[in-house]
Design a protein around this ligand. Structure first.
Ligand code: TXA
Ligand code: MG
Length: 354
């Protein structure tokens, strides 16, 4: 890959600098790449209708090119050009959740190159709510293909400094818009099937979707059933993701017992000279041995906290050169389901009982 100078610029979402946004838009129109903030995680953007841009995205991420990209739009009127049809269920979800952290799968139109969809005849589309993202997408011509702005396999970036860590020298520009609000990638729903189906859990939960649609929403079995033999419908869900450099183990069970188990396993590792980290909560942080590198994923009472902090914590453990991490398990309801989905992937399915 060709090494390049990466320009890093900060943009205040309450006072968007048009000159910088237009410069970023022009880079995309000319076939270059710009990382930008969204409310979920940072995206690595290129022109979604230009096959050469999509190829560059795969190269910059080191990502297998059978893993399709999401096209980001800023205006609902722009949807028509890139899809064959807008099913009624999709229209209801647009009304309720766009702009926001929801991606939908549609039959793609001729305008979308197969390079962007990883060879599929369907296309994933999202309209983010982040103001900087939307101004940038407009300036870029309306169709920004963007995966999360991390190197393939690393935790998705929720701060510009992590984008810089992974993408410096690989892309033309990085827009720093502060911390991502949600902290986990969007919920993905397939609306091309008879019944809408969740392909990736996120901030928009099954209950919220069902409430908007007034019908049952299904799950792609491959993401909820470990023994499922069919591959996931979102090709990206099959890869080991979000992996910290350390080995990560989730410990399930009653609060006190979990802490006891982690303390005993952790001390054993410390005695072998290992650097040990723990993912705890505000309520449990005091239960752990102070020899460990303990990080809080926020309050147990607020499920949004763990979603917001998880990827940041995983990156911090990398920076601290932590070698062994133990994590508490999080409530599996609502957004907690999405958090647990990412945590289990990060742990490569290593879960033990206290
Ligand atoms: O929140 C998000 O969705 C972030 C921000 C930047 O918008 N983007 C993101 O992109 O998470 P990425 O590329 O890391 O994940 C996209 C997921 C992958 O699992 C991919 O396989 C799936 O979407 N996907 C994309 N197009 C698809 C399609 N046509 N059919 C099924 N799955 C698709
Ligand atoms: Mg990703």
């Amino acid at each position: 890959m060709e090494k390049m100078e990466t320009k890093v610029v900060a943009i205040d979402s309450n006072n968007i600098d048009e000159t910088i946004i237009n410069e970023a838009g022009l880079i995309i129109k000319r076939g270059g790449l710009v990382a930008f903030p969204t409310e979920t995680v940072y995206g690595l953007g290129g022109d979604g209708l230009n096959p050469e841009s999509s190829k560059k995205i795969y190269a910059a991420k080191g990502r297998p090119s059978d893993n399709p990209l999401i096209i980001h739009i800023a205006d609902i009127k722009d949807l028509e050009k890139i899809v064959k049809a807008i099913p009624e269920s999709a229209m209801k979800l647009v009304d309720r959740f766009w702009p926001g952290p929801l991606t939908m799968i549609f039959e793609k139109s001729e305008a979308v190159p197969l390079e962007t969809t990883g060879g599929l005849e369907t296309v994933a589309v999202r309209m983010p709510s982040d103001k900087v993202a939307r101004a940038f997408i407009k300036a870029a011509g309306g169709y920004v293909a963007a995966p999360s702005a991390n190197l393939s396999g690393r935790p998705s970036p929720t701060l510009a400094k992590y984008v810089i860590e992974d993408m410096n020298g690989r892309i033309e520009m990085i827009i720093d818009g502060g911390a991502s609000k949600v902290g986990l990638e969007s919920t993905i729903v397939d609306t091309t099937t008879d019944r809408p189906m969740i392909l990736r859990p996120g901030y928009i939960t099954q209950e919220m979707l069902e409430d908007a649609l007034r019908e049952e929403v299904l799950w792609d079995r491959a993401i909820i059933d470990e023994d499922c033999k069919t591959p996931p419908k979102a090709p990206g869900m099959k890869y080991r993701h979000y992996a910290p450099k350390a080995s990560l183990t989730i410990v399930e069970g009653l609060e006190g017992q979990v802490a006891e188990k982690i303390n005993s396993l952790g001390l054993e590792a410390v005695n072998f000279g290992k650097k040990v980290g723990v993912i705890a909560t505000e309520q449990t942080i005091g239960l752990y041995n102070s020899l460990f590198n303990i990080k809080s994923a926020g309050s147990k009472e607020n499920a949004d906290d763990a979603a917001h902090f998880l990827f940041k914590i995983l990156r911090e453990f990398d920076d601290d050169e932590t070698e062994i991490i133990f994590s508490e398990s999080f409530e599996g309801d609502g957004v907690g389901k999405a958090t647990m989905n990412r945590l289990i992937k990060a742990a490569g399915h290593q879960i033990i009982q206290a």
